[in-house]
Design a protein. Structure first.
Ligand code: GDX
Ligand code: MN
Length: 391
């Protein structure tokens, strides 16, 4: 291969996306000189899949590059078939059927995607990093699973490791060198997480393998499809917590691992001022669907949390969520780590209600005081989990 030859493949895992947005993204990546092929892995043969299938011949013809379209294979056996099977199917295809050195992953629904992201990742890979992940400015009430579930969990289960500092441990935008892709594709801890937990599984993998990791900041941000149903977030919440819970005893030591990230120079004004979710619509969820079994589980929690949650379940107007401060969340999180049972509906509901209360506490008592204050409170919460965490 000459130096000018394409070095990378780009994968879009997809389920049911806006075909125009998705097609635009395929066309954007395929034009990049470093990209040799695109790999689209669909969940099922739905309308979106068929429409993408129909557009591929002209895209291939125009660019003289391949767009591989396939259905995901069932690779995990322990959990729901989801995005994880999609990404891991792409890994296998990349390794066995393409000659490229790197695989990039991007969500298919990104509205602000540009070729610059690829250029940016390729530069860091050339500098010697094996994995490049992207992070973005986020609205202060967005990424509430990332902050309150994943980052809290990583910091308390693996304090003083790189895991406590990774900006976007759930991000679906990243580039991975072939040797690392090979390890992921043969790692049962990765393959088993065939659902929303896959991104965390990759993050744990990079730290278990101690591969040089870079996090690149994209100031324009990642605009993407808004959450429609809250059930999407419900499943993501349960799955993202479950991987932390199941792996909490795993020994991970990142001493000596090369890890760098961009400094955040600027957060665009629009992002500083935006709200991520519908507060008024969310409040009632805190008192819906409580069962006797769920209430009984509250006995395992400290008094302030038990009483605070009981009051939320009964309150018919505005819930008082002052009790679930970052410090109280740490206490609740510890109980969840010790006792949560993913298969039990009352536990799922309780995790959801506790998380809602925490998100509302953050939104009402921190985010309302301004962007910098809100973000600092989130970073402080992670430091607190890290300080208190460990065996
Ligand atoms: N093949 C396949 N199979 N693709 C899927 C599946 C599935 O079961 N489910 C979702 N996808 C695709 C989807 O079409 C999109 O391209 C991408 O995966 C992400 O899904 P989306 O519904 O846009 O998820 P969301 O809520 O935007 O979350 C994404 O960003 C999160 C974050 O960074 O905050 C997703 O990459 C999460 O894994 C990530 O945590
Ligand atoms: Mn999305």
């Amino acid at each position: 291969m000459s130096r000018e030859d394409p070095k990378s493949a780009v994968c879009f895992p997809f389920k049911k996306e806006d075909v125009q947005v998705f097609t635009k993204n395929i066309k954007e990546v395929i034009k990049h000189p470093k990209v040799g092929a695109v790999i689209c892995v669909g969940y099922e043969k739905n309308d979106c899949f068929k429409e993408i299938e129909a557009t591929i011949p002209s895209i291939e013809h125009e660019n003289s590059k391949k767009v591989h379209l396939m259905l995901q294979t069932r690779l995990g056996t322990k959990r729901r078939a989801g995005k994880g099977d999609g990404m891991n199917t792409a890994l296998n295809f990349f390794i066995s059927r393409t000659p490229y050195q790197t695989i990039h992953f991007y969500d298919a629904d990104i509205l602000t995607f540009s070729q610059d992201w690829i250029t940016c990742a390729e530069k860091k890979l050339k500098d010697g990093f094996d994995v490049v992940r992207f992070f973005f400015p986020r609205v202060s009430t967005d990424a509430m699973i990332t902050w309150n579930i994943t980052k809290c969990g990583l910091a308390s289960c693996w304090p003083h490791t790189i895991l406590a500092n990774v900006e976007q441990p759930l991000g679906g935008e990243l580039a991975i060198k072939r040797e690392v892709a090979l390890r992921l594709a043969n790692d049962s801890l990765v393959l088993n997480y065939s659902d929303w937990a896959v991104d965390t599984a990759y993050t744990l993998g990079f730290c278990r393998y101690k591969v040089p990791l870079y996090e690149s900041y994209i100031e324009e941000g990642k605009l993407h499809k808004l959450y429609g149903k809250l059930t999407d977030l419900y499943t993501m919440l349960i799955e993202c917590f479950s991987i932390i819970k199941e792996n909490q005893s795993l020994k991970i030591d990142t001493a000596g691992m090369v890890y760098k990230k961009d400094a955040v120079a600027n957060v665009p004004k629009a992002i500083r001022e935006k709200k991520a979710f519908d507060l008024e619509g969310t409040i009632p969820l805190l008192r819906e669907n409580w069962t006797k079994e769920e209430v009984e589980l509250l006995d395992l929690f400290p008094t302030n949390i038990r009483e605070g949650m009981l009051a939320c379940s009964e309150n018919s107007s505005r819930p008082d969520v002052r009790f679930i401060s970052p410090e109280a969340w740490y206490e609740a999180y510890k109980i969840l780590l010790a006792n949560f049972l993913e298969a039990k509906k009352p536990w799922q509901e309780l995790l959801f209600h506790l998380w809602l209360a925490r998100v509302l506490n953050h939104t009402i008592h921190y985010a309302a005081k301004g962007y910098d204050y809100a973000m600092q409170s989130l970073y402080d919460m992670i430091s607190y989990f890290e300080k208190e965490g460990g065996p």
